[in-house]
Design a protein around this ligand. Structure first.
Ligand code: AMP
Length: 604
């Protein structure tokens, strides 16, 4: 939006190629984006040479014949494309305390615990100190881009629900924690200078509390107190924002009571949080009445804009697995725009959305070439998995990406990951200058996801098998199954549809048996799932027993829509509305897991 004449006089108006910058700092950041995306390929060449110059003395690159070499051609010829499994020996050595230069010549300072799993446990991503600056650099580009589309964000605050998780140590003594925990605990975040465009309602002490109840309670309370100042509401992922709404549904009476009395609930015991909240909480009967009146209404439609009436957009990722939450967020926000601002992972931060106010279905991320060295593996869904003796796959440089094609992202990082397959499938939608832009298609092999959990087909199969053992005494077997991530409950939960066959002399299991089966499946699922269940990120797993013949009907339906009878396989996960409706209309009984599965943060 063009500035008015008075605004233009009050400040120097600078139009960058991306649009009119909101302030001097933004000019610099927007020009930085322009410069890097214009020189995309030479920047990639430079980054690769820099990474190789740093790390080619480390054991990994030396082993692959790269000692003393920094050129792209040699790198592509010598260094293999790898997965986490391939790197596991190196990662375990580092985790166990080997301080020699294994993958990086800079010391590995910590492990970032990825939500991706391997053998049921979280992946450990080695990182080095200066990666933090690179992450910060990408964050610093987000508001300048947002300011191009939403004016006046310096006139109010952001209500962001941000959390840290408890951390563990590897046997060798390095911290292992999620990337955002590492970032929020860093001095860069804790001691960030005042920035009018980035004022949060949540006190830092509340964000830094590992107790999720105290953290959420105090963040919500401060958000309510500042309700008219709030210009944007967000969380990292859509599931987190919905959890905050659910929290308000459950706790609004207590929160209103605190606002009425000007004293925070005794359930929040952390002194640093109490001190921070004390600064903003005053007895306010009018606000307490308002909160009670709004929250007591039967309908929560549009609750976000009712409680925070000046909210201009939701800042929350709703691409990829999070797209399932779009309808719920639309309902609670009265259709506010949802800004997906960036695309990142524990391994590396990748890029940002240069049109953050676009519709979620149109979100494309522009990769920033200074974050790491990126390559693309053409994605062929029909291809067989590679065997050891197969020739290495041919990777494409980002500058040569073809619009419309799908690729898997392969990264080489300053921390020492070389040609590492991230597992994300991206589709090229276009270019900004010379930088390709990507739609996030999906994570490879992920069947079910509610929050940061990712369950693949093999894990679901193993869980179903393990639970089915409980049916043996009844001479009952699972004839067919499929699943669905149910995003209509908060938190969302896994639903597994079972069609049973009971032998001649067998008997139909009673409800308690199915409940035990639910828990047994949860016990079999990976650590990220079980952690999510023990927090409040994922609801209890549900088994819906469907009547005999249901899966045949599903097959008939698929065939009527063109599936081949010969090749038909029951889908192990369904998201297509008519099939879900069909399954739901054949349900005989529903059963929920009666308890949380075991989870210990002290296992890695
Ligand atoms: P983690 O390994 O836990 O750090 O998770 C990183 C993964 O989250 C990425 O590899 C993606 O699969 C997913 N992810 C991150 N950002 C986005 C985004 N903006 N849209 C969709 N998926 C994302």
């Amino acid at each position: 939006m063009a500035p008015t004449a008075t605004e233009a006089v009050a400040r120097r108006v600078v139009t960058t190629a991306l649009g009119v910058a909101a302030c001097e700092r933004d000019v610099e950041k927007l020009e930085f984006i322009e410069e890097k995306t214009r020189d995309f390929d030479s920047e990639q060449e430079r980054v690769l040479a820099e990474i190789l110059a740093r790390n080619n003395g480390a054991e990994y690159l030396r082993r692959h014949g790269m000692e003393g070499r920094t050129d792209r051609a040699a790198f592509k010829a010598c260094v293999p494309v790898v997965t986490y499994e391939d790197l596991r020996p190196e990662i375990e050595r580092i985790a166990n305390g080997d301080r020699s230069n294994i993958i990086s010549s800079h010391p590995i300072t910590e492990f970032l615990t990825s939500s991706g799993t391997s053998a049921g446990e979280r992946k450990l991503m080695p990182t080095i100190e200066d990666e933090l600056n690179r992450r910060q650099m990408l964050y610093s580009l987000l508001m300048p881009v947002m300011n191009l589309y939403v004016p006046g964000l310096d006139k109010g605050k952001g209500l962001y629900f941000l959390f840290i998780k408890s951390e563990t140590k590897t046997p060798g003594g390095l911290p292992a924690r999620p990337v955002l925990t590492s970032y929020y605990k860093s001095d860069i975040f804790k001691h960030r200078p005042y920035d009018p465009y980035n004022v949060y309602t949540s006190p830092t002490a509340a964000i830094l509390c590992t107790d999720s109840f105290q953290s959420m309670y105090s963040q919500m309370l401060c958000g309510l107190v500042a309700r008219t100042e709030v210009l944007r509401v967000g969380a990292v992922f859509a599931s987190g924002l919905l959890r905050a709404i659910r929290f308000l549904q459950v706790h609004w009476k207590e929160l209103a009571h605190d606002i009425r009395t000007g004293t925070m609930s005794a359930k929040v015991v952390e002194p640093s949080i109490r001190a921070a909240v004390d600064e903003v909480l005053r007895p306010d009967a009018e606000l307490a009445d308002f909160v009670e009146a709004e929250c007591a209404k039967d309908s929560w439609e549009g609750i976000i804009t009712r409680v925070w009436p000046n909210t201009k957009y939701l800042d929350v990722i709703v691409t990829g697995a999070m797209a399932q939450y779009i309808p719920m967020l639309k309902y609670y926000s009265g259709g506010l725009p949802m800004a997906c601002t960036m695309y990142a992972s524990s391994e590396c931060y990748f890029g940002l959305n240069l049109r953050p106010m676009c519709d979620p279905s149109e979100v494309s991320y522009t990769i920033m070439p200074n974050m790491g060295y990126f390559e693309l593996l053409p994605h062929d869904p029909e291809a067989k998995p590679l065997c050891k003796d197969d020739p290495p796959p041919r990777l494409v440089d980002l500058a040569d990406a073809e619009v419309g094609k799908e690729y898997e992202l392969v990264i080489t990082t300053y921390a020492g990951l070389c040609r590492y397959r991230v597992g994300d499938i991206l589709q090229v939608t276009g270019f900004h200058n010379a930088a390709p832009q990507f739609r996030f298609v999906r994570r490879k092999n992920v069947l079910l996801s509610i929050d940061s959990d990712k369950t693949d087909e093999a894990e679901l199969q193993a869980a179903v098998e393990r639970a089915s053992a409980l049916l043996a005494p009844y001479d009952a077997r699972i004839a067919e199954y499929t699943s669905q991530a149910d995003a209509t409950t908060i938190p969302g939960h896994y639903v597994v549809y079972w069609e049973l066959m009971v032998g001649e002399g067998g008997e139909w299991p009673e409800a308690a048996v199915f409940e035990r089966c639910c828990l047994e499946m949860e016990e079999a699922l990976n650590a990220v799932y079980r952690q999510g269940r023990n927090g409040d990120a994922i609801g209890p797993l549900e088994i819906r027993v469907v009547r005999g013949g249901t899966f045949e009907e599903v097959m008939d339906y698929a065939i009527s829509r063109g599936a081949s009878i010969n090749q038909y396989k029951a889908p192990r996960c369904v998201s297509f509305g008519p099939i879900i409706e069909l399954l739901n209309s054949r349900v005989l009984s529903k059963h929920f897991s009666p308890a949380c599965p075991t989870y210990s943060p002290h296992k890695k």
